[in-house]
Design a protein around this ligand. Structure first.
Ligand SMILES: NC(=O)C1=CN([C@@H]2O[C@H](COP(=O)(O)OP(=O)(O)OC[C@H]3O[C@@H](n4cnc5c(N)ncnc54)[C@H](OP(=O)(O)O)[C@@H]3O)[C@@H](O)[C@H]2O)C=CC1
Ligand SMILES: O=C(O)[C@@H]1CCC=N1
Length: 273
C-alpha cells in the first residue's frame, strides 16, 4: 500500500473505525493524523492508535497528501469553506465518506476542481470487517484510485460503483445496514428477556446465533441464502412457524421500504446541502 500522509478531518465514529482498521492492517501510525474541534476524541485516538492529532483542520491540511472528509454532511460546507480560505489545496487528494454529497457539490464546497473520490464505508471497518463502496470519476488517476482501494481493502472489502448514484445503493445495503442488524438483534434480545432469560444470556444467545449464521453465509459462497435457511427449517417444525410469520407479516416488503428510505434520504440530502 502507498504510505501517503493521510489526515482525517472529523474524528468521530466512522474515522475511528477506519483508523483502527488501517493501523491493524499495517498503515504507519506516523502517517495518520486526525483533526477535530474538541479534544477528548483526539486524546482517545492518540492513546488507542498512536496517531497524531490536532484541533486545527489547517494543520491537518498542511500535514496531508490525502484528506478524508469525515464530518457530518450538514457541516461539510462550512468546514470546506474555512479549509479553502486558509490553505492551498493544490496537489491534495480528497476522499469523502459523507452520505448524500456528490463529487460536483464537494468540488464546489472545496472551491476548485480538486481530485475527489467518494467512499461509503461502514463501522465494522473497526475490526477489519468493513464493506465500502468506492466511486471516482474519469478525472481521477489510476494511482489515486489504487491508493483509495488499497486503503479501504485494508479495513475490509470494497466494490467500485460504476455510477455515482450507485453509492446511494451502497449506503442502503452496507453503510446503514449494520444498524438494521442491531435493531433486529435488539428485538430478539428483548423477546428472549420476555421469555425469562436475563439480559446477558439473551444477548449471548442472539449474538452467537448471528455470528454463526454470518460465518455460514461467508464460508458457503456457493449456497444460496434460501438454501442455508432451508437447512434450518424442518417441515412442520419450529423454524417454519417463525419464518412463515416473518414472511406473512411482510418482512421482505419492510426491508425493501427501509432500504428505499435510505436511498431517498441520500437523494434528498444531495438537493438540500
Ligand atoms: N457512522 C457511520 O456508520 C457512517 C458514517 N458515514 C459518514 O461519515 C461522516 C461522519 O459520520 P460519523 O463519524 O458517524 O459522525 P460523528 O458525529 O461521529 O463524527 C463527526 C466528527 O466531526 C467533528 N466535527 C464537527 N465539525 C467539525 C469541523 N468543522 N472540523 C472538524 N471536525 C468537525 C465532530 O466533532 P464534535 O462531535 O466534537 O463536535 C465529530 O467528532 C458523515 O458524513 C457520514 O455520512 C458514512 C458511512 C457510515
Ligand atoms: O446515517 C448516516 O447518514 C450515515 C451514512 C451511512 C451510515 N451512517
Amino acid at each position: 500500500m502507498q504510505q501517503r500522509k493521510l489526515a482525517f478531518i472529523g474524528a468521530g465514529n466512522m474515522s475511528r473505525s477506519i483508523i483502527s482498521g488501517l493501523i491493524h492492517s499495517g498503515y504507519d501510525s506516523a502517517h495518520i493524523l486526525a483533526s477535530n474541534p474538541t479534544a477528548p476524541r483526539l486524546e482517545k485516538l492518540e492513546e488507542e492508535f498512536g496517531i497524531q492529532t490536532t484541533v486545527s483542520n489547517d494543520d491537518a491540511c498542511a500535514f496531508a497528501d490525502a484528506i478524508v472528509l469525515s464530518v457530518k454532511p450538514q457541516v461539510m460546507g462550512d468546514m470546506c469553506k474555512a479549509l479553502r480560505e486558509n490553505n492551498d489545496l493544490e496537489g491534495k487528494l480528497f476522499i469523502s465518506i459523507a452520505a448524500g454529497l456528490p463529487v460536483s457539490r464537494l468540488k464546489e464546497m472545496l472551491g476548485g476542481d480538486y481530485p475527489v473520490v467518494r467512499v461509503m464505508p461502514n463501522t465494522p471497518s473497526l475490526l477489519g470487517k468493513g464493506m465500502s463502496g468506492l466511486y471516482a470519476d474519469e478525472s481521477i488517476s489510476d494511482e489515486d484510485r489504487q491508493y483509495v482501494e488499497d486503503m479501504m481493502n485494508g479495513v475490509g472489502e470494497t466494490v467500485w460503483a460504476e455510477k455515482e448514484d450507485d453509492i446511494n445503493g451502497v449506503i442502503a445495503a452496507a453503510g446503514s445496514s449494520p444498524a438494521y442488524f442491531f435493531l433486529f438483534l435488539q428485538a430478539m434480545q428483548e423477546e428472549a428477556m420476555n421469555m425469562g432469560f436475563d439480559k446477558e444470556a439473551a444477548r449471548l444467545m442472539v449474538q452467537q446465533a448471528m455470528l454463526g449464521a454470518a460465518e455460514m453465509v461467508c464460508n458457503n459462497p456457493d449456497l444460496e441464502l434460501s438454501e442455508l435457511r432451508a437447512q434450518v427449517t424442518s417441515k412442520g417444525g419450529t423454524t417454519a412457524a417463525a419464518v412463515n410469520t416473518l414472511i406473512d407479516e411482510g418482512l421482505s416488503d419492510i426491508v425493501a421500504k427501509a432500504m428505499r428510505a435510505a436511498v431517498d434520504r441520500a437523494e434528498e440530502m444531495a438537493k438540500q446541502l
